[in-house]
Write a protein that binds this ligand. Structure first.
Ligand code: PLP
Length: 427
């Protein structure tokens, strides 16, 4: 049977009976543990399909598929669940999930004066224009499996709304996936949210709630309202592993695709530069490449080089404090390493200004394991990366989505075969 385990406190969750989203011990008072649930006993009997939809191709590596099979659903029934959502996604967003392109960008590498090679994975072509939809598709498939199997964990599921705190790519991805599944969604957004994003959320039928800061309240008001909604019964449908560990899983398909694409090119990256906000993307890539190595898709995991802006770098701060310390001990002393960034930052890469790197622990574990580290870039590098990406590639990514490349500009010798992800189409 499928179980989930918390990397901080070790609690296990039986997927038949309980939703494996937020660790059951996460709300214990005066608890300083970093709680994130992940599927236990990785490496099931796996195989890679021939399909171009990653949620079919890598199904044996997805916990909702394992749960479906363990509770009697056929492989064809999984295909039906994915296929129905795929058709709905195409109707809502004009595209379903397909392997996104990855290519060597010679002109870009030359323009940046790199002596090594550079590959870019283009996630601007993904559902809703960014990789974020992968995270949420993983969660939605899990919900659909619970509905289809009628397991106790899925009791009264349809009566509960989905909830997310975001006003950017994650909100748009959530709204597209929720609309495709015909599941009502609440989006908690700040009063200054981009009117174009608000309009799109509205068009997709998501209910947006403007979250003003309340007097005497500390922390992000959108996140606080999201938490309240979840406490009142909403299903966490965001991309922070702490709130819903399952969101990380869907993001791992990105690493599986890259590992296969590098395999076909008969090479492998030695460094992966990733822009980090809440940390779900980097966490998913670290875990995905680790799994890809275990099953022989890549010979070794690339060095995970995480990129934040100087205006907001809570992960780099945590990484410095972690120096030489036992990670399992750090997981039980979260507040010594991760706390909200004190100042209100601004950056061209505004999508990675999360005041906490929620998934810091798994990202740190990935950096440790791969010999990587953190890079803090200035606005000059953020702007240069965005400009170079537009001048020397055909990919129309936002400055948030090219911020990984800013790390390459800042630390060009960190790898000789470098991979980056461009995500978040310029809107
Ligand atoms: C385009 C893009 N790339 C990367 C990220 C960073 O992802 P994460 O918040 O999971 O670290 C974001 C987050 O909003 C994003 O929009």
């Amino acid at each position: 049977m499928v179980t989930f385990r918390c990397h901080g406190c070790g609690a296990t969750v039986d997927a038949v009976r309980v939703l494996p989203f937020r660790c059951p011990n996460a709300d214990a008072s005066r608890d300083d543990t970093d709680h994130v649930l992940a599927v236990d006993g990785e490496l099931p009997a796996w195989s890679i399909g021939a399909e171009s939809d990653p949620f079919l191709r890598y199904r044996s590596l997805l916990s909702p598929y394992r749960l479906a099979r363990a509770t009697g659903l056929s492989d064809a029934a999984w295909g039906d669940v994915v296929g129905a959502l795929d058709r709905a996604l195409i109707a809502v967003d004009g595209r379903g999930f397909r392997i996104t392109p990855m290519g060597e960008e010679l002109a870009l590498a030359r323009a940046l004066g790199l002596s090594g090679r550079l590959w870019v994975k283009d996630e601007t072509l993904n559902v809703s224009g960014s990789h974020k939809a992968r995270h949420l598709m993983g969660v939605m498939l899990y919900l659909r499996v619970l509905e289809t199997t009628g397991l106790p964990a899925g009791r009264d599921l349809r009566g509960r709304r989905l909830a997310i705190a975001s006003c950017g790519n994650a909100a748009l991805a959530a709204a597209v996936v929720a609309r495709a599944a015909d599941w009502p969604l609440d989006v908690f957004i700040p009063p200054d949210a981009d009117p174009a994003v608000r309009k799109r959320l509205d068009d997709l039928g998501a209910r947006a709630t403007l979250c003003e800061r309340r007097p005497g309240e500390a922390g992000d008001p959108c996140f606080l309202r999201f938490r309240e909604a979840v406490a009142a019964g909403a299903i966490p449908f965001g991309v922070q592993g702490t709130e819903n560990g399952l969101a990380i899983e869907g993001g791992r398909t990105l690493a599986f695709e890259m590992a296969e694409q590098f395999g076909r090119l008969k090479t492998a990256p030695d460094a992966l530069f990733v822009q980090v906000g809440g940390g779900a993307l980097a966490s998913a890539l670290a875990q995905g490449f680790d799994l890809a190595r275990l099953i022989g898709l890549v010979p070794a995991v690339p060095k995970l080089m995480t990129v934040q802006t100087a205006g907001c770098a809570p992960l780099a701060r945590a990484w410095q404090r972690l120096d030489g310390l036992d990670l399992s001990l750090a997981a039980r002393q979260r507040s010594k390493f991760m706390w909200p960034w004190e100042t209100t930052p601004a950056s061209l890469a505004h999508g990675i200004l999360d005041d906490e790197t929620y998934d810091w622990w798994a990202v740190a574990a990935g950096m440790r394991k791969s010999g990587g580290g953190t890079i803090v870039v200035g606005e000059d590098h953020v702007a240069a990366a965005h400009a170079a990406a537009h001048a020397h590639t055909r990919i129309r990514a936002s400055a948030t989505g090219t911020a990984g490349l800013a790390g390459v500009i800042a630390a060009p010798t960190a790898g000789t075969r470098i991979a980056v992800i461009f995500s978040g189409v310029e809107r």
